[in-house]
Design a protein around this ligand. Structure first.
Ligand code: ARG
Length: 578
């Protein structure tokens, strides 16, 4: 579509110059001004002429009428009409077919990709669960938004480094060590894995602060013990270090299962602990620059001039904090990867934290401070208590996936009992359903998860999208090697569908510019709807005319390609049969 927009914009620019504009509008400005009208009856593209009225010193209606003429000869344009100050442009179905399908066939796997990121590096910090604490649905956002952004950037030619900044350091390990020594043993953890660790963690927290409901009195001495064990860990105590490493390995093993279901791999697992010896240099720099203030014994950076609360760097006892580690990590990543952009995906609850330490990095004189990007997202809640788990009131990600997979297996048993690789398909569709549902909303919106909605095969869902992809595969299997030398345009359904395909490259651009995977999700639904309308209204393999049949197979091939390119951008797998 961009190529066509450009051709149209060039003609319009000439037309505007001919109207005697004092300063002629550039082609790029005109491209940006071309809109997609809300309904197809108004054409495929529209130029609102109000914005030109002042420069051209004429009424919008007159401008629209005058510009109509300059487009009549242009190949992609079938019709140009002036309506109420808009110039409405209808594209030629035949032209669209020929040019868009050729473009898709030529670019193949790279159709939709740009090279905006060529030679540039992006570091993405996402997922980053806190070891020993539950990996719950609150982490769904950072995990799938983060990975989608990585895929999108890779698609646009950036070199991407995905970092899982594990929460692998902190007083929670002291607690876990105490709990383990008190109530746990080796076999118990080897058999029970992360669930047992979380159970121990919950138990010790309840014991330290007490739990009225359960009639457990508070035992603050356990808190002191935990701090002491963590301190031993910090000093390099062999026994505690071994336990700490072991807890991390057990947790990672579990996370890997979830990542595998999502098709996620990280390039680095350097967690918070890695930065222990990298913080002092940054703290010293802050001190040398006179940026540190002592406040009630703690060291802070005053951010009052920037209307933010102070950024905490050191506690009263000299121990470091979350922002201190983030600053040290950013400095390290800049020197290690020389990124052009560093993206952090976390819940919106952490927005202030990021705004604060980004500002501190700026005050420290690091000229790359403006390459740091925080991408926040809203909260997730879930319907009913059906999915509540042993670990209390949080819903674990793996349980959510398991529930979806189970439900999909049940539906498939009903709909298609003879399917091969049932387990694999159920996993892809079940996990895909959750991801798709989650990524259907703008990321910043809070969402309430309704499992039935996510799994509805007839709704605007992941299963519906995957089913549509499988349908294109079925058509192509039947079509065999039918190819087409002269595409023949016959029905508006074809034009609508091909226009949707033509919008893929701009859609990818927008998703990247807004850090918004939902742009892709919604696009997939548009393509799926247009394809299904085409499929139901236009015979493909059964078309009487050979040229029409071949054209429609070619269109189906292009849909298959575009969906196949789009799914991985939102962490969803393509299944040839469902
Ligand atoms: N581990 C943190 C949490 O679960 C998220 C870390 C986000 N990344 C960062 N660089 N601060 O809340």
């Amino acid at each position: 579509m961009l190529t066509m927009k450009k051709m149209i914009a060039e003609k319009l620019s000439e037309g505007i110059a001919a109207l005697g504009a004092p300063s002629t509008l550039g082609v790029n400005e005109l491209i940006a001004m071309l809109e997609y009208p809300p309904d197809e009856g108004m054409g495929d593209l529209a130029l609102p002429c109000f914005k030109l009225s002042r420069t051209l010193r004429r009424a919008p209606v007159q401008i629209a009428a005058a510009l109509c003429d300059c487009l009549t000869e242009l190949a992609p344009v079938e019709k140009a009409e002036a309506v109420n100050g808009y110039l409405n442009i209808t594209l030629s179905g035949q032209y669209l077919l020929e040019h868009v399908l050729a473009d898709i066939a030529a670019k193949g796997e790279r159709y939709g990709a740009t090279d905006e990121g060529k030679g540039k590096t992006v570091v993405l910090d996402y997922s980053s669960p806190n070891v020993a604490k539950p990996f719950h649905i609150g982490h769904l956002g950072t995990t799938v938004i983060g990975h989608s952004l990585k895929k999108l950037h890779e698609f646009a030619g950036y070199q991407c480094i995905g970092i899982n900044y594990l929460g692998d350091w902190g007083t929670q390990f002291g607690k876990l060590i105490v709990a383990y020594k008190k109530w746990g043993n080796k076999e118990m953890i080897e058999q029970g894995g992360i669930d047992k660790l979380v159970e121990l963690y919950v138990k010790i927290n309840n014991a330290i602060s007490g739990n009225e409901e359960k009639g457990i009195p508070a035992d603050p001495a356990l808190g002191d013990e935990s701090r002491a064990e963590f301190h031993k860990l910090e000093l390099g105590d062999e026994e505690n270090l071994a336990l700490w490493r072991w807890f991390i390995d057990i947790s990672l093993e579990e996370y890997q299962k979830t990542y595998k279901q999502l098709g996620i791999e990280f390039d680095s697992y350097k967690g918070e602990s890695f930065y222990t010896d990298k913080m002092p240099a940054q703290v010293q720099k802050l001190r040398d620059m006179g940026l540190l203030k002592i406040d009630d014994g703690a060291s802070i950076v005053d951010l009052e001039p920037y209307n933010m609360p102070p950024c905490l760097i050191l506690k009263r006892d000299g121990s470091t904090l979350y922002p201190t580690r983030d600053i040290a990590a950013a400095v390290y990543r800049k020197s290690e990867y020389n990124f052009d952009k560093a993206i952090y995906v976390t819940s919106a609850g952490q927005s202030l934290h990021f705004a604060q330490w980004f500002k501190v990095v700026e005050l420290m004189g690091y000229d790359w401070h403006d390459q740091l990007v925080h991408v926040p997202y809203g909260t997730v809640s879930i319907n009913g208590a059906k999915l509540a788990t042993r670990t209390g009131n949080v819903v674990l990600l793996k349980d959510l996936f398991a529930a979806a997979i189970e439900e999909v297996s049940r539906i498939m048993e009903e709909k298609n009992p003879d399917l091969e690789n049932k387990a694999e398909v159920a996993e892809a569709v079940g996990v895909g359903a959750i991801v798709f549902y989650y990524l259907s909303n703008s990321r910043i919106k809070d969402i309430n998860f309704v499992m039935e909605d996510a799994l509805n095969f007839d709704g605007n869902t992941g299963p519906y999208a995957q089913y549509t992809y499988a349908r294109t595969c079925a058509v192509l299997r039947k079509a065999g090697d039918i190819t087409c030398d002269n595409l023949t345009y016959t029905t508006p359904e074809e034009a609508t569908l091909v226009k949707a395909l033509a919008r893929f490259p701009e859609t990818v651009e927008k998703a990247i510019a807004d850090y918004e995977p939902s742009v892709i999700t919604r696009y997939i639904l548009d393509v799926a709807a247009a394809f299904n309308r085409f499929y139901h209204n236009c015979p493909i393999i059964n078309a009487d005319d050979a040229a029409v049949r071949a054209t429609r197979v070619e269109i189906t091939r292009a849909v298959n390609r575009v969906l196949g390119n789009a799914f991985p951008l939102i962490c969803m797998r393509t299944m040839e049969k469902i």
